[in-house]
Design a protein around this ligand. Structure first.
Ligand SMILES: Cc1cc2nc3c(=O)[nH]c(=O)nc-3n(C[C@H](O)[C@H](O)[C@H](O)COP(=O)(O)OP(=O)(O)OC[C@H]3O[C@@H](n4cnc5c(N)ncnc54)[C@H](O)[C@@H]3O)c2cc1C
Length: 487
């Protein structure tokens, strides 16, 4: 049996890892179009003044309450290298009318639960606070079918609380538009809280008190951080995976797949260089729109469902400064920017406070996020770059406006992620049903990656494992057919 996995991001690498464990007799090949492994995971380690900056270009942590990433790290021998965010300076701020105001204490599952903290916050007006209180009184509503995240939270807590507090937290995860995102596909447990406890705040509080499991999340023990990462950055996971796979899997970088077709119930994987590979089973761990284009001539129905999942483009701009050049202390993890503030940036992480070892002594590292659904990133501008210069200028302007930083950074890095964040918009559950129905006809074909049932690293890892289980079912049935034929 020959298995081809296409796409060497975390989903494809995880699929390869679980394939080596669950499919010992299968010949496995992993094909990646670019010249490096990891996809959206990339860490720059830059020596500087006797120390180093550790700069994440894409994700910087994973959620610890979903078990799959922690479990994989432990299996790879990285368990001891995982650490949480700085427990000593946990402030997060929200930009509100050009001022940074602290996020109120007591957010549980992103839902405000501390009445005193809400009464004190200046992020919501008194009218808005009174409207939030209605969450305790309003009966659960049963709309037919799905609701947008924005409509749901506004219905329970009021529009003001949604726009000033919840939208930047929740929509930010997807770089999405909360009024378009599907509640069922993004935060389904919120609906469960409403139905079970009659109020979001009461439900979130109960869940926290009982430390119970919600939607596949593990309870957090004690004060352990909800987010984890290896000491030297998330690329450690990619490096450990490659080390583990290199003797068991045919690993091919710079190998772009251009088409998948099906001949006599086998798959033909066509490469950009014109050569063909013959496979029994294929796992597509590429973004959904790319998987769709690869399958366009093979199954147009499946391809069109895959291509109907929209993706938003985003960018991160990391800037390092001398501590002495900063007009204020960076006493927290950073700040988030509600859409209604009208800024191009979404958030700024104060990386060297969140992870103190990620900048050398006397330096600070800040990471600005730009780009959300419905907005384009800058394009090539004739000045010899892809738009990085414009993004750098935009990030510097953001830090000047909000933090008053006028000094030039001592170092900067821009990472542009074109069509990187899948948007689980209203209708996403129906798209998934269409995809599943189409896949029924192709038992040797499986999909993995962030486009379907979870955008975070733990979900992508899980998607790789589930894709292998699908292939396992198929290969077992093929072996049985072969044995019967030989009886
Ligand atoms: C800026 C940013 C910040 C984020 N922050 C977090 C975070 O803090 N925590 C978190 O959990 N998640 C975060 N995410 C989300 C998470 O990083 C991604 O969802 C996840 O890494 C996607 O993994 P993947 O394997 O599905 O896809 P990708 O990483 O996109 O991998 C797909 C791979 O397929 C390859 N490929 C494409 N076409 C072809 C082809 N034709 N042939 C062969 N190979 C091909 C690509 O080169 C790529 O390497 C963030 C994402 C971004 C962009």
């Amino acid at each position: 049996m020959k298995l081809f996995i296409i796409g060497g991001g975390i989903a494809g690498l995880s699929a390869a890892y679980y394939a080596t464990k669950k499919l010992p007799d299968v010949q496995i090949t992993l094909l990646e179009s670019s010249n490096r492994w990891g996809g959206k995971i990339t860490t720059d380690r830059v020596p500087f003044g006797g120390g180093q900056f550790i700069i994440e270009g894409g994700p910087d942590t994973f959620l610890a309450t979903k078990p799959y990433a922690t479990a994989l790290c432990k299996e790879l021998g990285l368990g001891e290298r995982l650490h949480g965010t700085n427990p000593n300076k946990k402030n997060t701020y929200v930009l509100h009318r050009n001022r940074l105001l602290p996020l109120p204490d007591g957010l549980a599952m992103m839902i405000p639960t501390n009445v005193e903290a809400i009464l004190k916050t200046q992020l919501v007006s008194w009218f808005g606070k009174a409207r939030m209180g209605l969450d305790f009184l309003l009966p659960p509503h049963s709309p037919n079918g799905d609701e947008s995240l924005g409509a749901f939270v506004s219905r329970r807590l009021g529009r003001e609380a949604y726009e000033n507090l919840i939208e930047p937290l929740m929509s930010g995860v997807y770089a999405g538009d909360g009024d378009a995102l599907s509640l069922a596909s993004t935060f389904p447990y919120l609906r469960d809280l409403e139905l079970k406890y009659g109020s979001l705040a009461r439900g979130a509080l109960q869940m926290r008190k009982q430390n119970v499991q919600a939607n596949g999340h593990l309870p957090l023990q004690g004060s352990r951080s909800a987010f984890l990462t290896p000491t030297m950055g998330l690329a450690e996971i990619v490096e450990a995976l490659i080390e583990n796979l290199k003797s068991k899997v045919n690993l091919r970088l710079n190998t772009s797949v251009s088409r998948i077709s099906n001949i006599n119930s086998r798959y033909l994987v066509e490469l950009e260089d014109g050569s063909n590979l013959d496979a029994d089973t294929v796992i597509l761990a590429t973004p959904a729109f790319i998987s769709g284009s690869l399958l366009a001539s093979f199954d147009p129905t499946l391809a069109s469902a895959l291509q109907s999942i929209p993706y938003a483009s985003t960018a991160t701009i990391s800037l390092a400064y001398k501590q002495s050049d900063l007009p204020r202390e960076l006493d927290g993890y950073g700040y988030i920017i509600p859409r209604r503030e009208g800024r191009r940036a979404l958030a700024a992480t104060w990386t060297s406070t969140k992870f103190p070892h990620r900048a050398p002594e006397g330096c600070v590292l800040i990471r600005v996020f730009v780009g959300r659904a419905g907005e384009e990133l800058p394009s090539p501008n004739g000045r010899g770059d892809r738009g990085e210069g414009d993004l750098l200028a935009l990030a510097k302007e953001e830090l000047n406006l909000t933090l008053g930083i006028t000094a030039e950074p001592i170092l900067s890095r821009v990472f542009m992620w074109d069509k990187a964040m899948p948007q689980y918009n209203l209708g996403h559950p129906e798209i998934l049903k269409r995809i599943d129905a189409a896949l029924e006809k192709h038992p040797g074909l499986a999909l993995a990656g962030n486009g379907y049932r979870g955008i975070g690293i733990p979900d992508c890892i899980r998607s790789g494992e589930l894709a292998v289980e699908r292939v396992l079912k198929f290969s077992s049935s093929k072996v049985r057919t072969f044995e019967c034929a030989n009886l």
